[in-house]
Design a protein around this ligand. Sequence first.
Ligand code: ZN
Length: 677
Amino acid sequence: MSYVVCFYIAKANRCFLTFADMITPESIQQVMSRAEIVDVLGQFIRLKKRGANYIANCPFHNEKTPSFNVSPAKGIYKCFGCGKAGDVITFIEEHEKLTYPEAIRWLADYYKITLEETERTPEQQQQQLASESLRILNEYAAGYFHDNLLQGQEGQLVGLSYFKQRGFRKEIIERFRLGYNSEDGDVFYKAAVGKGYSAELLERAGLVKNRNNGYYDVYRGRVIFPIQGMTGRVLGFGARILKSTERAPKYINTPENELYVKSRILYGMYQSRQAIGKQDECLLVEGYTDVISLHQGGVENVVSSSGTSLTEDQLRLIGQLTKNLTILYDGDAAGIKAALRGLDMALSQSFNVQLVLLPDGEDPDSFVQKSGAVKFHEYIKEHKQDVISFRLQIGLKEAGSDPVKRSKLVNEIAESISRINKAEDFALQNHYVRQAAQKLNVDEAGMINLINKFIRERIENEQRKARKSEGVTPREDVLPEPDKIAAETDALIGDPKKEKEEEQEWQLLRVLIEYGDKPYEGYDCVAGLIEDRVETKLLVSDTVRELFVEYFENYHQTGTLFDTQHYVRYPVEKVKNKMASLLLSKQETSENWKNKYGIESIPIELIYPNDVDSTLSYFELKKILFLQNQLTNKLQEEKDPIKQHVMQERFMLLRKAEREILKRHGTVVYQSRKYRS
Ligand code: ZN
């Protein structure tokens, strides 16, 4: 194996390369043996010596007395407050939000170690060279524009006074490395060429343009926003014009090149990444200045997709830090439309997407200035709306009573819900189904069918595509029989671990004994009803099962029913005691029922039919919920989308049965069970 040595650029802050997984093991070893934990961690936190170790306030959680310990001898750290622990590399990964190879590169750069890279193709080498030189040029340009803003005469007069008028303080201007370039045609071009950068490179970076055999600056008379990647590299620029001329666009950006790939960039990511991770939430706003003013106002977990809809790559970036994405928008329609685009993708990537409408007439900038960070966060917390309810609200308003528009809306919502199709999001999908069906005033089962239709279509499409690209003749895809899956899940019912299940069976027995001879609609008596509804062989408790069998044998042989006296005087001590206490505490069932399933307790004076129904329904419902649970667990492990789909259909059947029981039971209070909101 041959190695290509990565050239080291002393001028650059950090030597990050595009091809992350190509560092040789020898190089990694070299970095690890060089890195001193106290030295490296000391770059980020204030360490105090205590004995052989060092302590500090933990950078990963908020605390006032230090519980973060560093052992230089062992090369490890541990926080006794939040439990975070590791070595120098995990610290860099965790603190700087870098991947493992990126952390290695960070350390290599810090210790000026030249990394050896495994062999790369000529194209890869060339691309690496191209992005390296762009990166160095961008770094230079960002510095040039920034110095020009703070020290140049025109920069101060025009650029800096614009930012000051927007209320930006000096430290925020520095944090975001804001800049300015003069109105004169080629000042920057000349400076850059003087530093040895080629016209060709400057052009590819989008900084200059060629006209009539001469080069001129692209950003003339503009304030400049360097756009940094996750690791702080300057990938490109956004530039805003200050004089209003009819012909020039307000904002211009770096054109796409090896480094600047718009779909992979979120403005503010570098400055916000730690706050996003810490607060486990990412706020999304429209423009550069929104991000900057929110930072200045103390709200630091915020990025901007610069007005475009979110891409998959951008979501992946956010997803490294948090799955909670909150989109802020102001009242104008364009903002809402921009906010809604790309959200189906976020849903399908398991993001918890929320929307927050800012108060009338406010944008993020004005609102944070008025309210301050604490109130700002409070407002967001109180006004969050999930994306499905948001669409419902907007859609219903637009559709009014127009049946065509309404049916279109039903389809759109079902399509959106069908995107939430990862097994782990199943409960969430279920929650949206209920909510949507209720608000759209449609049948839940119909909604589910529609959603399933979209899922099926998508699966079929994907399979067709996959077959096409593989160029293979389609194997007959064998759909698992729904009945087979049902049988599999049924086989799981007999889980014997539950004492509670046994308790419920005793309750059922109590009802049988207490009301067995009472009339019940559609049956000879209550005993007949219970015999019909309860599958004796599924009873978990051996004792209860035996008592059931004995009860019905006696009934069929003698035509009489055992009464309570038979059991209170029962020859087996255990049964006698159990029945006595059961008959004394029959109210517990309805209490249980209420606590567990949110169903209102039934007043005892409403006599036996309620007691029979609730006990029986409880029994049936419990079985159904148990099945649902089992199925959800199985779904989480199932990778095959078709099997998943069939299991989902099976789940919907169980949901239908659940609803029927609840309907039959009469007055119920429906509580959602443990849904993520
Ligand atoms: Zn901690």
